[in-house]
Ligand binder design. Structure first.
Ligand code: PLP
Length: 390
């Protein structure tokens, strides 16, 4: 430590300390690099903003955010991956990067609600034509493709109503017309369904769900193997300032270590609970990709390596009050939105914005968590009994 007249004053030493701990430290955990300003050795080193391998400013990436991007890209089988502040901002980035006034966009009727709203409220406001299509359209999508169709948005299985889409057929039709296909691949977490193998150009995930895995953060990803699309997406991310917290990325990097184990556990517990519910007379339909009631079940058998922890049940013969009593009576299931964490969650939809809005009040979506499935079944059993007499 420097002593004497050359020693800097306290305020300066607080910013430029005399001593620093060694960074020679080999932890098994990915380090969390936080930072806005990135230091350069000289003016000459200030780098080209388009050089994606360099660090320039914290908003455009730190080693922690880029480590997460590399790992999500590796899981999805994608050369390029960007990390966004939420699943919804990942969806937003795709639209902003690709669509311009005069373009036409096709969005599946089974898309995550805020995606549909974003398309109909904001994109339309920007002069982009938005059209919904039946998620089970398959190769028939070619009849909906117009000369100005820029993007086909897919999501499989669909939100809430769980339709499994024939992504390969949609991509083949789109490719023939030079149209880009994006998929919301959050349910499969990039592991259970090979979006790029099926021909998708872009795969987004809400990392908030399975990758994060603990209901304590929001993040999203956008992956692609197409260099041209990657350049457009990267530019849009930079221009819109959609940067992410390295702390959240670090939590997802930790979550990824158990992703495969958790997904396999979710599959088994969920199948146990779903099979039990399927036997109940009160349940008139069970929308889970591994069950034959689920629209697109045959496609799921063809394309998917497993199922996850999310499904819906319909109480076709019950009143709306009975369905609400059922959900209110659950003790181990939290009432709330989102899914993919350790807690079981239930929600019913009184205002389902689907071609089948009448199902909304009669439909309950369940997210199965890491509780013992026998306890979850006991909980469902007592809630069904209370609802029956409501
Ligand atoms: C299928 C799907 N995609 C995207 C999102 C959006 O993710 P986020 O909550 O991180 O914005 C959700 C959230 O519920 C979702 O269910």
């Amino acid at each position: 430590m420097e002593e004497g007249p050359n020693r800097k004053r306290l305020a300066t030493r607080l910013i430029h300390p005399d001593r620093q701990a060694s960074t020679d430290f080999r932890s098994l955990a990915a380090p969390t690099y936080r930072g806005s300003t990135i230091a350069f050795d000289s003016v000459a080193d200030i780098l080209d903003v388009n050089d994606v391998n360099q660090y320039r400013y914290g908003l455009y990436g730190t080693p922690t955010t880029r480590e997460l991007a590399l790992q999500i890209g590796a899981i999805e089988g994608a050369e390029h991956c960007l990390i966004l502040p939420s699943g919804l901002s990942a969806i937003t980035l795709v639209y902003l990067a690709l669509c311009r006034a005069g373009d036409h966009v096709l969005v599946t009727e089974s898309a995550y609600g805020p995606n549909t709203e974003l398309a109909f409220v904001m994109l339309r406001g920007f002069g982009i034509e938005v059209e919904r299509y039946n998620p089970l359209v398959g190769a028939g999508i070619s009849e909906l493709i117009r000369d100005n169709t820029r993007l086909i948005w897919t999501e499989s299985p669909g939100s809430i109503t769980m339709e499994v889409q024939d992504i390969a057929a949609i991509c083949a039709a789109a490719k023939a017309r030079g149209v880009t296909v994006a998929i919301d691949n959050s349910y499969g977490a990039g592991l259970l369904f090979d979006a790029f193998g099926a021909g998708a150009d872009i795969s987004i995930q809400a990392l908030t769900k399975y990758a994060g895995g603990h209901s304590d953060l929001l993040l999203g990803s956008v992956s692609t193997n197409d260099d041209r699309l990657d350049r457009k997406l990267r530019l849009a991310q930079r221009l819109t300032g959609m940067g992410v917290s390295p702390d959240d990325c670090s939590a997802v990097l930790r979550g990824l270590k158990t992703l495969d184990v958790r997904l396999r556990h979710f599959e088994q517990s969920t199948m146990t609970v779903a099979r039990w519910l399927d036997q109940r007379d009160e349940v008139t339909a069970l929308l889970h990709p591994a069950f034959s009631d689920c629209p697109g079940h045959e496609i799921w058998k063809r394309d998917w390596s497993g199922s996850a922890g999310l499904f819906s049940i319909i109480f076709g013969n019950w009143t709306r009050r009975q369905v609400e009593t059922f959900v209110d009576s659950l003790q181990l299931f939290t009432i709330g939105y989102s899914w993919g964490g350790a807690h079981s969650i239930a929600i019913c939809y009184s205002d389902l914005k689907r071609p089948t809005p009448e199902l909304g009040p009669l439909l309950v979506r369940l997210n199965i968590g890491l509780e013992d499935p026998a306890d979850l079944i006991d909980d469902l059993d007592q809630a069904l009994a209370k609802a029956a007499s409501a």
